[in-house]
Design a protein around this ligand. Structure first.
Ligand code: UDX
Length: 440
């Protein structure tokens, strides 16, 4: 069978991972981006950002992958056009659809033979319907189909997630149209849902909003644990054993960051309030709890250190989560700005995000390549990202380097036994909703 000709417009995480994975499935894929530097790096066979497995996938599929900045070329050379351009938050929280709209305008001007437009970008409910109106002439001529095919990829695990999906959602006007896109996923054994465009658009938002809700829920319970002397790790484990609840996304800490959960929550709130006149009380509370979470931890730290002025903090972890160098909406940034505002000094280390963090923070903090350096002469160590390697550091060495023995575990990476060991070394431990310091 001849390979499908697939075009990817927008080589961010979603687009590039989709492109290399579709190439790995045997398709011929041409990836487009307006960023010339990114395309230059990709043409040399290198990934433009860190993602587990990406380098390998680029290499092993090099014969099936092309990279270009020419919009003409990607449109001409493809039967399927995946659109995966960004939809960042505007000032009001609404999704910014300008990049997407421009791509649709370009396609409208250039299409001469049949194309299936596959929308990967996360866009407000009704977007597919809106562009179907815009492209009505081409649709009536049989030149265009519009499919909504949301992604559920986690950064750091995105190649695995693409290749091992829980479900594939395909939204279209009719089952016949949906099946044109479903063909691309023939080799997968998971459920493939053929639904309307609106259903697909809403499945995407509701999924991310629900994940955010679980995190804010467990953070709220953690904040209560803190007050009553309970340990959130035990409580989360206890509630997660109920199979109706489950253990996933019940890790309390500094709250959710990253490019998606915040953005999609804000977009849904803005859409509900401004487009359909509905007050989304639960979603607003989820966002508020998340916004307050880093400040709550700082408040606890202040009770122990009294004043941040002149204190030196060692920060372990900068990226918004482990397995990525991505700093977008990283909770570490909230901590850093609050601490700097109160006159603290910060020295930080991240296994992957040092460069990206340096670009954002410039010289406001010191960033080092060795995790042990962050402990030198510090009043507190603060863990802001749950990198697994932070559990395996030599904490005796860290303790010996420090001025004051305060260890703040903003991601609850240590269990009760670990904490006992840390406290035997001499640390004062502060977690989120743990309230278990032997030194108290
Ligand atoms: C998310 C969705 O999981 C994914 O399906 C969607 O396609 C894109 O958005 P991602 O942003 O990569 O993926 O990260 P995710 O693993 O969901 O974590 C988001 C944030 O929540 C991170 O800051 C993480 O540290 C935090 N988190 C996650 C918690 O605080 N507690 C948890 O229990 C889980």
């Amino acid at each position: 069978m001849k390979p499908n000709k697939i075009g990817i417009i927008g080589c961010g995480y979603v687009g590039l991972i989709t492109g290399v994975c579709l190439a790995d499935l045997g398709n011929q894929v041409i990836c487009h981006d307006i960023d010339q530097e990114k395309i230059r790096i990709l043409q040399q066979g290198s990934p433009p950002f860190y993602e587990k497995g990406l380098q390998d996938f680029l290499k092993r599929n090099q014969d099936r992958l092309t990279f270009t900045t020419s919009i003409d070329q990607v449109i001409q050379d493809s039967d399927y056009l995946f659109i995966s351009v960004g939809s960042p938050s505007t000032k009001t929280g609404a999704a910014d659809t300008r990049a997407f709209n421009q791509v649709i305008d370009q396609i409208q001007k250039r299409v001469t033979n049949p194309k299936v437009i596959v929308i990967k970008s996360t866009l407000p409910v009704g977007t597919a319907q809106r562009i179907k109106q815009q492209l009505k002439g081409l649709i009536d001529q049989g030149l265009i189909d519009v499919i909504s095919n949301p992604e559920f990829l986690r950064e750091g695990n995105s190649i695995y997630d693409f290749m091992n999906p829980d479900r594939i959602v395909i939204g279209a006007e009719s089952n016949q149209q949906a099946k044109k896109a479903a063909r691309l996923y023939d080799s997968f054994t998971c459920p493939i849902l053929l639904v309307s465009n609106e259903d697909a658009e809403l499945i995407k938002y509701a999924s991310n909003n629900f994940l955010a809700t679980k995190i804010s829920f467990i953070n709220e319970i953690a904040n209560i644990c803190q007050q009553v002397g309970a340990d959130i790790l035990q409580v989360a484990y206890g509630i997660g054993l109920d199979h109706r609840i489950g253990h996933h996304f019940l890790q309390a800490g500094l709250g959710f960051g990253g490019p998606c959960l915040n953005k999609d929550l804000q977009a849904m709130i803005s859409f509900s309030k401004n487009q359909i006149n509905y007050d989304p009380h639960l979603l607003e509370a989820v966002l508020k709890i998340n916004d307050l979470q880093p400040g709550r931890l700082l408040h606890q730290i202040k009770k122990l250190l009294k004043d941040f002025k002149g204190q030196r903090f060692g920060l372990l972890g900068l990226s918004f989560k482990p397995g990525t160098s991505d700093m977008r909406n990283a909770p570490s940034l909230n901590l850093i700005s609050a601490l700097l505002q109160e006159g603290a000094e910060i020295i930080a280390y991240d296994p992957k995000a040092n460069l990206e963090a340096g670009n954002i923070l410039k010289n406001q903090i010191q960033i080092v390549d060795d995790p042990y350096l962050v402990s030198e002469n510090t009043s507190a160590i603060l863990i802001a990202t749950e990198w697994p390697e932070f559990c395996k550091l030599d904490y005796q060495k860290i303790f010996n380097n420090m001025k004051e023995p305060l260890l703040i575990d903003g991601r609850n990476i240590f269990d009760k036994d670990d904490i006992e060991k840390l406290e035997q070394i001499g640390f004062q431990y502060l977690g989120v909703g743990r309230n278990i310091s032997l030194n108290d």
